[in-house]
Structures are given as C-alpha cells and as structure tokens.
Write a protein that binds this ligand. Structure first.
Ligand code: HEM
Length: 458
C-alpha cells in the first residue's frame, strides 16, 4: 500500500520527465516481474504468495487454515519466502492490532516502500522519486487515517467521529430504507438483475453522499472511482489500473476542493462543513481535509457493497435464505455472521516501531506484518465450528472484520445498519430471490466480494 504525497515537483523546476510510453513500459515490466516472482512462489506452495494469486485467491480459507497451523508451530508469526510475515490466529491478530508498539508507518514516520517501486528506493527520502512519472502514477492514493500514526491519527479521527454519532445514524437508516425501496422497485421490474450493480453498490454510495452532502451524485462514476481505489489496496495491477487510479484521485480531489469552497460560502450540518470549520480554526490542513473526505467516501462504499454480496451468497450457499425470509429479524445475525465468516476486508498490515516479541517470535524494528483478519474469523480457538455459516450463532468472541485497536473502523455501525436494511428488505420484498448465473469475484486480495451477482426474484 502507498500513501499519497502532494508535494509533486513544480513543473517549472522539475527535471525533464520521461516520456509517458517509456514510463508505462517500465511500470508494466516492473509489475509483470513482481507478479511472475510471486506466482512462482505460489506454485511452489508458499501460502502468503497464494493469497495474492489465482486460483488459490478465489478461496483463501484453506490457505488461512494452513497459515494458522504453521503459526501454531512457529509461535504465532509465520514468515513466507516472499519475505512477508503474517499473523493468522485470532490471538496473534488481536495482539498486533492492539499493541501500541505497532503502527501503520515505519518507526521514523515514513511510509513503507511501495513494493512495485524499485526505482524509487534509491531516490527520495521515503523511497520515491517524484519526478519519475512511473512513480507518480502509482503514488496518488492517500489513505488519510489509515496511513497515520499518533499524534496526527488521533487529531484527525476526533474530527471525523461526530459524523457517526447515534443521532446521525438514525437519519442514515431512514435514507438507507428509502434508497433500498427505490432500488428494489427498479430491480423487481426487470425480473433478473445484478445484485451488486443494482443494489449493493448504489445503496452505500447514496448513504455516503448524504453523509458528505454531495449534491447530484453520479452513481456509476462513483462506483468506478471506488473500484479503482479499492483495487489499489493490493498495489497497482497494471498500467491501465495505474491510469484509472490517477484519474480517480484527481477527480475526487477536484470534487472535494469544490465542496470545501461551497461549504465555506454556505455551511451546513454535514461533515465537510465541520471539517471546513476545523480548517479555518487551524486544526487541519486542506490536504488533510480532502484526504479524509476521500477516505470516508471510499472506505464507506466498496466495503459495504461486498458485505451485502457476501451475505446473500452465504445465505444461499448454506440454505439459510429461507430462514431469513421466515424471520427477517435474523438480518442482524446474518450480517454479523458474514463479517466473521467471509469479511469484505480480508487483511491489513502493521509495522513494528521497536524490536518486539509476538508469541515468542522476535520481530525487528520496522518489520512489516500482514494481519489476516479473515483468518482470525475462522480460528477454531476463537469460534467453535468456524467453517459453518450460522446466522443464529451466538458471537461469543468478537470478530476482527472491522479491525481493532486505534484504527477500528469508524463506520462499523453504519455498515451494519446498511447491511441489515438491505437483507431485511430483500427478504421481505423478494422472498424468492435466488442466484441466476455465474457470480464474478473481485480480482483482489484485500477486498473480497462479488463484482457481478446475477439474481432472479420472480
Ligand atoms: C462492511 C463494511 C466495512 C468494513 C468491513 C470495514 C472495515 C474496516 C477495517 C478493517 C478498517 C481498519 C483497517 C486497519 O486496521 O488497517 C476500517 C477503517 C476505517 N473505516 Fe471501515 N469498514 C466498513 C465500512 C465503513 C464505512 C461505511 C465507513 C464510513 C462511511 C468506514 C470508514 C472507515 C474509516 C474512516 C476507517 C479508518 C479508521 C482509522 O484509521 O482510524 N468503514 N474499516
């Protein structure tokens, strides 16, 4: 993962840039070499490499089981031949997430290197060369809170928190209901429809648009931006993806810069107006404001889209859809069970800020660790009979689908609420809903869910 830097070189003073075709070729070659190396390790059985490659990535749960078994033998942390370390058990994942000696940056506050950026490693202080267009292309995703350690993290998080106050959530529930009713009316008229494109994606986009008070939302455009940015959590996949990412971040920055100006002229009750107030009071910079708004937008819809898709898929695959139809009150349990059983965000990463010991295994300062949130949900030491999907399960141990510690998801209550509304209303209005074709999975490691999910409701 990379975080953004906004200090692009001034065009008047920057050294002459490499032509675009050469930069593309260089980036494409770099990505292909990385991919080939990873695939070779995956073919030789390396479990961490398998999480990143097909066909293993399509069903990562057997790989997680192997990593948990290896972790038990290795004292909690496994090291793969990719050089990446991972924690896979509920206990070790929780320990890393809660341990203040770990952060999302390196100990000196710099961002970790982008693994696709070999050229940059010899140049800038953070391993990037801002004058290299290849670097610039893979650079511009700024993850705001997700890429900040204390004290900046706490300062920004405090500013975003009021957006998710209980009073606001009640209002978002009403929006979710109204939007879902409209989307289901349109879908019902069609007979066969795509659960992702026709419900699971537009629902959270509409709710987030209300949260940020964005007027005239262009849903397909937002969905495109979300896909490009969501995919970037795995790193840049191709030159085409790099360009899509550049365009998406530039568009989003322009959108939020414009919103800031409008709210300054005409403040409202929304989160952007509150942030503009903080900007004027000097507790936040304009770059921070724009990145935070961008994170709220993107974190809020790609994830929730996957939650609805994964829930409906699991309910059908396990024959529990009819239970939900008989008792729509099961929706909350089904959402919670989906978060444990097949979570939208599969993993995250942390870096040790000093030499630490996890489960008896020493980790050097600045070592990176993958925290396999989805694996923790299937750990039999935390969840009895973990491979069984049961919407009535009593969740005795908290799952880690929303992470833990300082970065615990700010939108968890909102995501649950949207998921519940979607399931309740689907079960109530479309009791005969069933899959009607091949479910297309997302090409990703960090995010998991269907990009296309044909269903019939007649
Ligand atoms: C099912 C839906 C969702 C899932 C599975 C999810 C998952 C996560 C996870 C795993 C993290 C922490 C990553 C880490 O520890 O490195 C996170 C953070 C965050 N999420 Fe969510 N999320 C969801 C929905 C939402 C929604 C609806 C919003 C807001 C509208 C949101 C806003 C955020 C924000 C702002 C953070 C950063 C918190 C911080 O770093 O302090 N999320 N989310």
């Amino acid at each position: 993962m990379t975080a953004g830097r906004t200090d692009q070189a001034d065009s008047r003073t920057a050294p002459r840039r490499m032509p675009r075709w050469r930069a593309d070729l260089r980036l494409g070659t770099r990505i292909a070499v990385m991919r080939a190396g990873g695939l070779a390790l995956a073919l030789r059985g390396d479990p961490v490499a398998r999480l990143m490659h097909r066909p293993w990535r399509l069903d990562p749960y057997p790989t997680y089981a192997r990593l948990r078994a290896e972790a038990a033998a290795a004292g909690g942390v496994t090291r793969s031949r990719t050089g990446i370390r991972a924690v896979a058990t509920h206990e070790a994942c929780t320990a890393v997430l809660r341990d203040r000696r770990f952060g999302v940056r390196l100990a000196d506050g710099q961002m970790p290197f982008d693994p696709t950026d070999d050229a940059g490693s010899a140049s800038g202080s953070d391993g990037h060369d801002p004058t290299d267009p290849g670097t610039a292309l893979i650079e511009p995703i700024d993850l705001s809170l997700l890429a900040l350690d204390p004290p900046d993290h706490a300062r920004l998080r405090r500013l975003a928190q009021p957006t998710f106050a209980p009073k606001r959530l009640a209002q978002y529930r009403e929006t979710a209901r109204t939007v879902t009713a409209r989307l289901l009316d349109d879908a019902a008229a069609r007979g066969t429809f795509d659960l992702t494109a026709d419900l699971a994606a537009p629902l959270p986009i509409s709710v987030i648009a209300e949260l940020l008070a964005i007027p005239d939302v262009d849903t397909p455009r937002f969905a495109r931006w979300g896909r490009a940015l969501g995919a970037a959590l795995d790193g840049v996949r191709s030159v085409r993806h790099a360009h899509a990412l550049s365009r998406a971040t530039a568009d989003l920055r322009a959108l939020f810069a414009d919103l800031v100006e409008r709210r300054r002229a005409e403040p409202g009750e929304d989160v952007i107006s509150q942030l503009v107030h903080a900007l004027d009071a000097g507790t936040l910079t304009l770059d921070e404001l724009v990145s935070l708004a961008q994170l709220l937008l993107v974190a809020g819809f790609e994830t929730t889209t996957n939650l609805v898709g994964n829930a409906v898929r699991a309910l059908h695959a396990t024959g529990t859809w009819d239970d939900l139809v008989a008792d729509p009150g099961l929706a909350a349990g089904a959402i919670e069970e989906t978060l444990r059983f097949d979570p939208p965000v599969q993993l995250t990463a942390r870096f040790a800020h000093e030499d630490v010991e996890i489960g008896g295994r020493a980790l050097r300062k600045d070592s990176g660790v993958l925290v396999l949130l989805a694996s923790a949900g299937r750990d039999p030491a935390a969840h009895p009979d973990p491979d069984r999907f049961d919407p009535r399960r009593e969740q005795t141990t908290a799952h880690l689908a929303f992470s833990g510690g300082a970065h615990y998801c700010l939108g968890a209550a909102l995501a649950r609420l949207e998921g519940e509304v979607a399931l309740e209303m689907l079960a109530d209005r479309m009791p005969r809903l069933r899959p009607a074709g091949r479910i297309e999975p997302r090409v990703a490691t960090v995010l998991r869910g269907p990009t296309r999910f044909p269903v019939r409701a007649d």
